[in-house]
Design a protein. Structure first.
Length: 620
């Protein structure tokens, strides 16, 4: 009897094991093509549809490659893996398995050439480095390795961030933040997606996603160099909540109105910079910038590797051939003496200081400072001291695999400059040409925003993004407290999600005070916005104040509001935020498509494409 039981158990175990369903990976490996396919001149999406039908495996293409024409003959003897391998090898494509969706997703391969038709007024055409109508851009991303926060799979570093929580207006009615004009997070997110991977949540800084786009806020028309725009409407991802938009717009200036520049290019030429998406991309980028300079501007070039050195002494912007030759001469090799390079760059900037001009060091690196000054504290102290002397620091990040995003962002913040990440030549043109004035010329420094909510109208509020830019309310009036700077033409977007006072929703509890009572002042205001800024050469701040009434809450929001809301909702999804509510990729796509508006440079259309890629990749 015991022997019979053992036999029955083994039979059941073996039967169950044999009957176990194949994993998606195994299905792909075993899938075969049932018939011959002649794909001469066929779009990729049509071939993939046929392959799906023949193999029984769902295969999708991202919009960027769906219409690409190919010439490929598939025989009935081939496996699906062989066909996909041939596509990857011959047509600069790559693919990923998405087990959650039981699908294969086809992407453009890294380092491929992509053609763009551009109007003559576009930023890339104005860069004067490419043919006016046709541009071939070498895509810089490259394959992104697996990322694990705090793990050993990847040496990229991102500062850990946690979403801002709701604040109760009754106990904490005031919110203060330092503005931020960095845009690095958006282009870095794009790099991950173009390489077929979702970005790590800490790489998604919502404020930088928002501020990547110009939202067409009105130009300042009075004494201030900054205008303030507000709008309130329903929150798309959380019914019953409202979304408050605060937009700051810096004044635009013509080239003839801008002060002369004393620029020092501080370029990392260490061994890690040899890859095509690092030093070669930077050389192209700086040559774009040089073509925009004037006779009264000066450029110096300092490099650092095993040791720091001067490649180009201060040179007038009219001597472009000489400057370009110096840029072209750069070669990568050696360890990284980043601290020593910064010291030398500041020394040259001080020796050539323009009292009424723009004095700036532009640091370009992958951020891998592994040799140099004795401590990061010593380095940041130097940057702060030179900032107070009127020499600002901007940071340009490049590369894949060892980006020190946290370090580069911190250095730019300390240096009163912006931090941008270049993932391809298009982004270089955006930063170095299209936004040259914003990148180089500060029109307002130490810009702070204070929002006071009316407890009669608002029960709770939550600041979206700006997690590392929040300040104490006492800091708003403290002119010694450093904050963010704005360049000519820069725009800053701030969003708050608010819960109205008449809502029954409860978010946490705060014990009522026993010895203090504060009665709210009767008012129809929803909130008051205050902005403080300093003129670049002054130390006393100037105040702008604006009241936002309940009558400004509208059902039909503007296109700028809807697009900003779409970007914020997208960031919530990428971060897998606890506050994402009813967020969804289809809703983001619907809002962004409906609010796309004029898109001369194609940035908003590209945003829509990235959302579509994310939707295919997201397995959460």
């Amino acid at each position: 009897m015991k022997r019979l039981f053992i036999i029955l158990f083994l039979v059941c175990f073996i039967t169950t094991t044999w009957a176990a369903p194949l994993s998606f990976v195994d299905k792909v490996k075993q899938a075969a093509i049932a018939m011959e396919i002649n794909a001469n001149g066929m779009p990729v999406e049509d071939l993939l549809a046929l392959l799906s039908e023949q193999s029984g495996i769902r295969i999708l293409a991202v919009p960027e490659v769906a219409g690409r024409k190919i010439d490929l003959k598939v025989t009935a003897r081939e496996t699906l893996e062989q066909v996909l391998s041939a596509l990857s090898k011959n047509y600069q494509l790559t693919y990923r398995l998405n087990e959650k969706r039981n699908a294969i997703i086809v992407f453009p391969a890294p380092y491929h050439d992509e053609s763009y038709k551009l109007p003559s007024s576009s930023v890339m055409s104005r860069a004067n480095l490419f043919d006016e109508w046709q541009l071939r851009v070498s895509m810089a991303p490259g394959v992104v390795g697996p990322y694990q926060h705090g793990g050993s799979f990847d040496t990229e570093e991102y500062k850990r961030s946690y979403d801002n929580q709701y604040q109760e207006v009754a106990s904490s009615p005031v919110s203060v933040l330092a503005t931020d004009v960095d845009t690095a997070a958006y282009s870095n997110v794009r790099r991950f997606l173009n390489s077929g991977k979702l970005p790590p949540p800490d790489a998604v800084r919502t404020e930088e996603m928002l501020n990547y786009f110009a939202h067409d806020y009105p130009q300042p028309d009075g004494e201030h160099p900054i205008s303030v725009t507000t709008e309130v409407s329903a929150c798309p991802w959380q019914p019953g909540h409202q979304l408050v938009l605060i937009g700051l717009q810096g004044k635009n200036f013509g080239a003839e109105e801008l002060p002369p520049s004393n620029l020092v290019f501080l370029i990392d030429v260490s061994g890690s910079m040899a890859e095509p998406n690092k030093l070669p991309l930077l050389q192209t980028s700086f040559k774009m910038l040089v073509k925009q300079l004037r006779e009264e501007d000066t450029v110096s070039i300092v490099v650092y590797a095993g040791q720091a050195g001067v490649v180009l002494e201060p040179t007038s912007g009219r001597e472009r051939t000489k400057i370009d030759k110096a840029i072209d001469s750069l070669k990568a090799g050696g360890s990284t003496a980043g601290g020593e390079g910064i010291q030398l760059a500041y020394q040259i900037a001080r020796e050539n200081f323009r009292r009424d001009g723009n004095n700036r060091v532009i640091l370009a690196t992958d951020g891998d400072f592994n040799v140099g000054v004795s401590s990061e504290g010593e380095l940041t102290q130097l940057i702060e001291e030179r900032r107070n002397d009127g020499i600002f620091l901007s940071v340009i990040g490049v590369g894949t695999g060892n980006i020190k995003d946290n370090k580069m962002e911190a250095l730019a913040d300390k240096g009163n400059g912006m931090y941008a990440y270049l993932d391809n030549a298009q982004e270089a043109a955006k930063v170095m040409v299209g936004q040259l004035a914003s990148t180089l010329y500060t029109i307002a420094k130490d810009v702070k925003v204070q929002v006071e909510f009316n407890p009669l109208q608002v029960k709770y509020y939550r600041l979206i993004g700006y997690e590392n830019r929040i300040q104490d309310k006492r800091d708003f009036r403290d002119d010694k407290k450093d904050a963010g700077d704005m360049g000519a033409g820069h725009s800053v977007t701030v969003l708050y999600e608010v819960i109205p006072a008449n809502s029954q929703e409860v978010v946490g509890t705060v014990e009522p005070l026993l010895y203090q009572r504060s009665e709210p002042v009767p008012s129809e205001d929803l909130l008051q916005v205050k902005v403080r800024y300093k003129k670049p050469a002054e130390s006393a701040s100037i105040l702008i104040a604006k009241h936002v009434g309940t009558d400004e809450t509208v059902e039909g929001s503007s296109a700028r509001f809807r697009f900003a809301a779409a970007v914020a909702e997208y960031a919530l999804l990428l971060r897998n935020s606890e506050f994402k509510g009813q967020s969804s990729y289809p809703q983001v796509l619907e809002m962004a498509s409906g609010a796309k508006g004029r898109d001369n440079e194609g940035y908003r259309g590209e945003f829509i494409r990235l959302v579509e890629i994310s939707q295919l990749l997201d397995e959460r």
